[in-house]
Design a protein around this ligand. Structure first.
Ligand code: SAH
Length: 343
């Protein structure tokens, strides 16, 4: 697809043409990655954060938010839910938390590997080479870090202060890739100040970085953040998210693409199904213990009221309703496997 064609799709208002785009993406999804939908259990193990990202409810400027970091035993108990439900991957996510040591995370990874043999994805923000290397050696498989937007000016507005340059973030992804991690990245759509044109660059960057897993979600204002009070200029944000998922599937057919939690938040639970129908092949149920979940409030969501079990059961039934199959095993990105074979 040329950049002009992509732009046409993004601007398209004719419902039939939009549905045609989704159908095309769905066919390509079936052809390249098949009918299995892989689940990833996400454990939000810490909401401590050193950063001041203006969109995120965990940012360190936010007073009054109770902070927590789960113990290793609590993390292992949560990971057990994956093992019990045949979910092959556990995702460990936190704020930009520098309150745990490299070795602490090594122990977490080793224990999960030893007890359950799960695939381990890390989503711990911007980390340095040494940390990424140690965690890879301990058995971590994948690293997930969204670049959020490829618009440099907008990126700066979103990430005031140090430790927050766009190039640094891209460097982390490249380091992770060079260390042999499967890499995931992604964007938010609807950020105040974001232009439709910049989505073209985002899609191009997915290709340039050869990302193995691409998460696209709507920006959801958090009332207690600086950005939460600002106006969103882009129109029909949900629809734009589905369109970008579809275009991403068509332009990068072997990647894993989740129907994101943010989509399921703005379009309560239906977002999962709609995402699956326009190119997505992954869902990431949140398996953080319910008493911590509401404290990991990157944005307000009703989803945190569902227990881990309820959510997994609901997601599994959606998958069947969409005539798809619940994937078992690792669910590695074919994009990653193909890149590895090429060397
Ligand atoms: N500290 C980690 C994890 C951040 S939370 C990191 O920096 O990668 C994971 C993702 O949630 C972010 O990358 C961002 O894309 C998304 N997110 C954060 N705040 C959001 C909001 N208000 N609306 C929608 N998505 C948001």
């Amino acid at each position: 697809m040329t950049s002009d064609e992509i732009f046409e799709h993004l601007r398209e208002r004719d419902v039939n043409k939009i549905i045609e785009l989704y159908r095309k993406a769905d066919k390509i999804r079936e052809k390249y990655v098949g009918n299995k939908v892989f689940l990833r259990g996400i454990i939000e193990f810490s909401n401590y954060c050193n950063n001041t990202c203006s969109y995120c409810g965990l940012n360190s400027n936010r007073p009054g938010l109770k902070r927590y970091r789960m113990s290793i035993d609590e993390i292992i108990s949560a990971a057990r839910i994956c093992a019990e439900h045949n979910i092959g991957t556990v995702v460990l996510q936190s704020g930009q938390d520098h309150g745990f040591s490299v070795d602490w995370m090594v122990e977490v990874i080793r224990k999960i590997k030893k007890e359950f043999g799960l695939v381990v994805t890390l989503s711990l923000g911007q980390r340095d080479y040494h940390e990424l290397k140690e965690w890879k050696a301990a058995g971590a498989d994948r690293y997930f870090l969204r670049f959020e937007t490829s618009d440099d000016e907008l990126y700066k507005k979103l990430h005031p202060g140090k430790n927050a340059s766009f190039t640094d973030r891209i460097k982390v992804l490249e380091m992770a890739k060079s260390l042999g991690y499967e890499i995931g990245s992604g964007i938010m759509i609807g950020i105040p100040g974001q232009k439709l044109e910049s989505l073209l660059d985002d899609i191009a960057l997915f290709n340039e970085l050869d990302v193995d897993m691409i998460g696209v979600g709507p920006y959801i204002p958090h009332p207690e953040t600086e950005l939460g009070k600002q106006k969103i200029q882009l129109q029909n944000v949900d629809e734009l998210v589905y369109k970008v998922i579809a275009i991403t599937r068509i332009t990068k057919p072997y990647t894993n693409i989740p129907a994101t939690t943010a989509l399921a938040t703005v379009n309560f639970l239906d977002g999962y199904k709609k995402g699956l129908m326009c190119g997505a092949n992954v869902i990431m149920p949140n398996i953080t213990p319910i008493h911590y979940k509401s404290l990991y409030e990157i944005y307000p969501t009703r989803l945190s009221k569902l227990s881990e079990e309820e959510l997994i059961q609901k997601i599994k039934s959606f998958i069947i309703e969409c005539d798809r199959e619940v994937g078992k095993g690792r669910g590695d990105s074919l994009n990653f496997l193909r890149r590895r074979e090429a060397f």
